[in-house]
Write a protein that binds this ligand. Structure first.
Ligand SMILES: *Cc1c(COP(=O)(O)O)cnc(C)c1O
Length: 404
């Protein structure tokens, strides 16, 4: 097989599995060892040195200890790197552990302490950057404000597209050009490598909360960063020192899930387009944010930067917070829960939940509800939203008549 010539769907099925037949197995091996036998003291010591400083295991050496290296995790990393058009990838225990490792590695390496955060960002990322917890000082800005926000001591620019929760699209190539020599981290969680390749557009690092679409089944927490070999080595060193490696069972489930990622994303995206179109016809919904609509994508980035609109929708309820709260309580087929990208559809209120820690001047609207469209039949999802919007409108009318 010549892997480089494979189309993305074939890569998703085969990447990181090329040696399985020669091992005499068909499914991915799962290695749960916490420690590994050492060939002898000298080779064991050399292996420790190489792995703790971010290198790869060598022939005749040992994996030493599972905080330093795990073959199941390495297989998933190899597959994800191929899908992201990256030299390497490094997997972490969660998306936030991945963001933390990038901040630690890049500020330490450059001796710089300043980061530019392009808002809106996921609430947890915004919280970490604003907290100063890692000794990082952050300037938040709009995509157009990146150049003005740069300082001589800027180590990193962080952006997310589509951005959480309003699904605004940020022009990755434009931000990378504005950032100049400063590396750009793109959170690619919402788009997935099925729709978007940030490294091809000038980003230095592409990050995922693997908990979301990569996992896709709501049963894994993980994070992964795709980048060049030099940055990957710095990230592995940070991971070895701070202990944030992904668990091998999580890597196994994620690698297994990669095979269906392109099919899942395309099917979910198709349903999301139908649901978003329908939501636009409803008087209870004041505004629908969906990258497939021109008004949500004024720069025309869907079809160029991003191969499709994705499967996330955000709506603003005409009835404000009360209507939004009633809607999240009235759905029956959707699950009222944070997170996204699962095979089942989820609904949540960002201002109260995922974006709760965000500063009040940057918080999403109280009327905004975020939908993650799953693999159910779109007609069933629409029927559920229709009954839930009726319930929420009725509740508001009743509240209005008792108070008025
Ligand atoms: C969930 C999420 C994260 C954080 O990932 P965890 O796996 O929850 O730590 C980061 N970025 C985005 C866009 C997310 O949706």
């Amino acid at each position: 097989m010549a892997p480089k010539t494979l189309h993305p769907d074939s890569l998703a099925v085969h990447a990181g599995r090329e040696d399985l037949a020669s091992l005499g197995v068909h499914a991915l091996p799962l290695d749960l060892s916490s420690t590994n036998p050492l060939p002898d003291l000298e080779l064991g010591g050399m292996s420790y040195e190489v792995l703790a400083t971010g290198g790869h295991p060598f022939e005749g050496g040992s994996n030493v200890y599972a905080r330093l290296w795990n073959p199941t995790v390495a297989r998933f990393e190899e597959a994800l790197a191929r899908l992201e058009h990256a030299e390497e990838a490094v997997a972490f225990s969660s998306g936030m552990a991945a963001v933390t490792a990038v901040l630690l590695a890049l500020t330490h390496e450059s001796g710089r302490r300043h980061v530019v955060g392009v808002r809106p960002l996921y609430g947890g990322t915004d919280h970490l950057l604003a907290s100063g917890l890692l000794g990082v000082e952050t300037t938040f800005c709009t995509p157009e404000g990146v150049n003005a926000a740069l300082r001589a001591d800027t180590a990193l620019v962080v952006l997310e597209t589509p951005a959480n929760p309003t699904l605004e699209l940020v022009d990755i190539a434009a931000v990378a050009a504005a950032a100049g020599d400063v590396p750009v981290l793109v959170d690619n969680t919402f788009a997935t490598p099925v729709l978007q390749h940030p490294l091809d557009l000038g980003a230095a690092l592409s990050l995922h909360s693997a908990t979301k679409y990569l996992g896709g089944h709501g049963d894994v927490v993980g994070g992964v960063v795709a980048c060049d070999a030099r940055l990957a080595s710095a990230l592995r060193r940070t991971r070895a020192i701070t202990g944030a490696i992904m668990h091998p069972l999580a890597a196994y489930l994620l690698h297994r899930g990669l095979a269906t990622l392109p099919v899942r994303v395309r099917a979910q995206q198709e349903s999301a387009s139908l649901v978003a179109e329908w939501l636009r016809t409803r008087p209870e919904v004041a505004r629908v944010h969906f990258p497939g609509f021109t008004e949500s994508d004024p720069r025309g980035l869907v079809g160029t930067q991003q191969a499709g609109p994705g499967a996330m929708i955000a709506i603003e309820l005409a009835g404000g917070f009360d209507a939004a709260a009633a809607l999240t309580g009235a759905v029956e087929l959707f699950t009222h829960a944070v997170s996204l990208g699962s095979v089942d559809s989820l609904i949540q209120h960002p201002a109260a939940l995922t974006h709760r820690p965000v500063a009040s001047d940057a918080k999403p609207s109280d009327a905004l509800v975020r939908l993650s469209i799953g693999l159910e039949d779109a007609d069933d999802l629409i029927a559920d939203l229709a009954q839930a919007l009726d319930v929420s409108a009725f509740a508001r009318q009743r509240a209005a008549s008792t108070t008025g």
